[in-house]
Design a protein around this ligand. Structure first.
Ligand code: EPZ
Length: 422
């Protein structure tokens, strides 16, 4: 298993390229199951999660070719499609559950393994199943698999209000309702940019969708969808992550392709902490106003609130702030596993259930630490950039799920970082 070695760094300077969004691409790829015609995604990120989704779709009978060194995913599902998403693949990546809606819409039935829990929480599927049942699906759990069946004649339009604005359940509903007979309405829908990106792609395929990006989405079902080519939206979580590099080290860095509209609440929090962010034609330019950031309180929330996927990275920054910050994690039940690792670097963090109190320290100290999940691993890299001495982050396979060539990108702005094959 590889590790990443980071040495404490002075100010960082330069440009860093932001790639296509992992969480958009993982929802866009299953959409190829909705049409017999080819779907091509450009600006796709080169990540292990994309490889896992490729393997899953191929196991269902889709044909996928990664072109231009993986930046383009050309997909087709004109042959026979299997309804069975096997546990061996699904257990590796929760987003595998995003084939449920498309398989139901395309085939009228699906047998999809429950993903099982992961490091950050139990991750149940009830919001997906109740949403699809509103379209007439009958879904039962047997031997760890969801067995789903559409009514005779296929899914039919329905109205559904979600208990919680689940991103994945919204995506499954969007894809299934696009081919349902009649009108569907989803209330309390997720509003993330990845939802809008999926709706944009489905519209290019012929779907009739309105209201994506708001809490109420209306879909007019159509008989069939055709092929399309669609660019994956910029990754707002990678964007926010790399904006924190100059925030924690000092210096000035431009995140190419970044747009304020993707992360307004995060940028407001950075402003409170004393970080300047300006949008220009190249992207977002970030610089720290003074030698130390100020403590701020954050509460994670569904979009447009503070993103849970940036909570661990923000905690690393606040470990070096002047004052005490309170971080409240409201989306996942176990998303502070980076805290004990940051404590090994001299951070002062008190975790109590879903709340963490972070008292800023003058200087973090390099240490050997262990990645536990995707976003926790990158928070340790950020802390290592600001720490005195060397930090070695082990189990970086977590990192490779969501960050493309992170050591190359950070080295490009002056960070002392290298990958160690172990
Ligand atoms: C998506 O996961 C993202 N993943 C996650 O990013 C992100 O943290 C999450 O949305 C929230 O923004 C992808 O898009 C591939 P949810 P998803 O359904 O769709 C509970 C990363 O680091 N819930 O909005 O699975 C669930 O347990 C990953 O890139 C139910 O109770 O998130 C969680 O507590 C991590 N029942 C909350 O809702 C359900 O049926 C939010 O889940 C579904 C979810």
């Amino acid at each position: 298993m590889d590790s990443i070695l980071v040495r404490g760094n002075g100010p960082l300077h330069g440009d860093i390229e932001i790639t296509g969004a992992k969480n958009a691409c993982l929802a866009l790829m299953p959409a190829t199951l909705l049409s017999e015609e080819p779907l091509t995604l450009t600006n796709a990120p080169r990540l292990s999660d994309i490889k896992t989704m490729t393997a899953l779709l191929e196991s269902l009978g889709a044909e996928i070719s990664s072109l231009q060194a993986g930046k383009v995913q050309a997909m087709g599902s004109h042959g026979d499609i299997s309804p069975i998403a096997d546990y061996e693949i699904v257990r590796k990546m929760r987003a595998s559950n995003l084939v449920l809606g498309p398989l139901l819409a395309r085939l009228g039935h699906a047998v999809v393994s429950l993903p099982g829990g992961c490091a950050i929480g139990a991750r149940p599927m009830d919001l997906h199943t109740t949403a699809l049942e509103a379209l007439g699906a009958q879904i039962e759990l047997k031997d760890g698999y969801l067995h789903a069946k559409a009514p005779m004649g296929g899914l039919r339009g329905g109205v559904h209000k979600m208990r919680f604005p689940s991103v994945g359940a919204t995506e499954n509903f969007l894809m299934a309702a696009s081919l349902a007979k009649g009108t569907s309405v989803l209330e309390n829908a997720a509003r993330e940019p990845e939802i809008v990106d999926l709706a944009d792609c489905l519209r290019k395929m012929g779907a009739q969708i309105e209201g994506d990006g708001t809490s109420r989405i209306e879909i007019q079902g159509v008989d069939r969808l055709h092929g399309a080519t669609h660019p994956v939206v910029t990754d707002r979580i990678e964007l926010g992550t790399f904006m924190l590099a100059p925030a924690i080290c000092g210096g000035t860095v431009t995140c190419l392709g970044g747009r304020l509209s993707l992360i307004e609440s995060f940028v407001e929090t950075l402003d409170q902490a004393g970080i300047d962010v300006t949008e220009n034609e190249r992207g977002l330019t970030v610089t720290r106003r003074s030698d130390h950031v100020k403590a701020v309180d954050i509460t994670t929330a569904p979009f447009p609130g503070f993103p849970t996927d940036l909570q661990a990275q923000m905690m690393a920054l606040l470990c070096t702030a002047k004052g005490t910050s309170t971080l409240e994690e409201t989306i996942f039940e176990n998303r502070f596993m980076h805290a004990p690792e940051l404590t090994r670097m001299g951070a002062q963090i008190q975790v109590n259930g879903g709340t963490a109190q972070v008292s800023g320290v003058e200087q973090l100290k390099g240490a050997r630490v262990m990645a536990t999940d995707l976003r926790a691993s990158v928070s340790l890299i950020l802390a290592g950039l600001a720490a005195e001495g060397e930090t070695t982050v082990s189990r970086v396979y977590h990192l490779d799920r969501g960050y493309e060539m992170i050591e190359d990108k950070l080295s490009g702005i002056g960070a002392q970082i290298e990958r160690i094959q172990e």
